[in-house]
Design a protein around this ligand. Structure first.
Ligand code: G1P
Length: 290
């Protein structure tokens, strides 16, 4: 039996330049997808997968995130006084239990790999999960829960992947598959961050959910800047793999939305509205008229 990761790292320090000016004074992770911030969906996915502690890697201007996961004392007392018990209950239900979330500041924007490395003291010498909150994945069970099941069988490192059109591969980390599909698991022989289209080893993009072994965290300490002049998680994973750490890609069941882009964000709002118990009918009617 492989010991499942208990700690998840969620990097939330990015600027959100693709959805400016909305993100000038609001963290992009706090943009609402219908009635809850994008980040809530990702935190829910992590806890639903058996994660017991989330480490959020924040930065300057991201204080709203910490406040959001805290008790809002005045607001909650006001809801109680006004008899809005349902709303109050929902806030209490969504609030993580005390002590199950840590916030670490990344002091300089040096890339995803560096952001993940900022969690090293909390993660310690144990397997850990990484969820990129730009990406919301609609799936039942959630993507990380599906990966945990696969992890029970194969252990090691597991990276969620999804096929994208060839023209899009240079926006992502891309894996090099080895052999054919074995259920949702794909054996790998390499990976590369944001390759030119002509050099991409496949059309499988790295989606933003990872189960990683401690050696990846150790290698991040010495990881030099790569694509875009940033310290890339993909490069540290590639080194771990070359050094013999086992890796599988995982083709999950579900739909991902890149909420860091205008169209992806709109698509996420649309999909969640069409699925929302309160507004699904109204949303469908609006869409049919558009
Ligand atoms: C990051 C990762 C990349 C992955 C992508 C998924 O890139 O470095 O490997 O494919 O997230 O969204 P970023 O979008 O931060 O440039």
């Amino acid at each position: 039996m492989h010991t499942r990761p208990r700690i998840a790292v969620l990097p939330v320090a990015g600027f959100g330049t693709r959805v400016l000016p909305a993100t000038k004074s609001i963290p992009k992770e706090m943009l609402p997808i219908v009635d809850r911030p994008a980040l809530q969906y990702v935190v829910d996915e992590a806890f639903a997968a058996g994660i017991t502690h989330c480490v959020l890697i924040t930065g300057r201007g991201k204080a709203a995130i910490e406040d959001y996961f805290d008790e809002a004392y005045e607001l909650e007392r006001a809801l109680e006084r006004k008899g809005k018990a349902e709303l109050w209950d929902e806030l209490k239900r969504l609030r993580p239990k005390e002590g199950t979330m840590s916030f670490v500041r990344q002091q300089s924007a040096r890339g995803l790999g560096h952001a993940v490395w900022c969690a090293r003291d909390i993660v310690g010498d144990a397997p850990f999960a990484v969820l990129l909150p730009d990406v919301i994945i609609k799936g039942k069970p959630g993507c990380l829960a599906q990966m945990m099941e696969a992890y029970d069988d194969v252990g090691g490192n597991i990276i969620a992947v999804d096929e994208v059109p060839e023209a899009d591969v240079s926006k992502y980390g891309v894996i090099k598959p080895k052999g054919s599909l074995d259920g949702p698991l794909i054996a790998m022989s390499g990976m590369v961050e944001k390759p030119p289209v002509a050099e991409a080893p496949s059309r499988y993009k790295i989606t933003g959910r990872y189960i990683l072994q401690p050696e990846v965290m150790r290698l991040l300490a010495t990881q030099e800047a790569g694509a875009g002049g940033e310290v890339q998680l993909t490069d540290a994973m590639a080194r771990a793999m070359e050094a013999g750490s086992p890796f599988h890609a995982f083709a999950y069941q579900g739909q991902d939305y890149d909420c860091g882009s205008k169209l992806g964000y709109f698509e996420a709002v649309l999909a969640h509205a069409l699925d929302h118990p309160e507004i699904a009918d109204g949303a469908r009617e609006l869409v049919s008229k558009a």
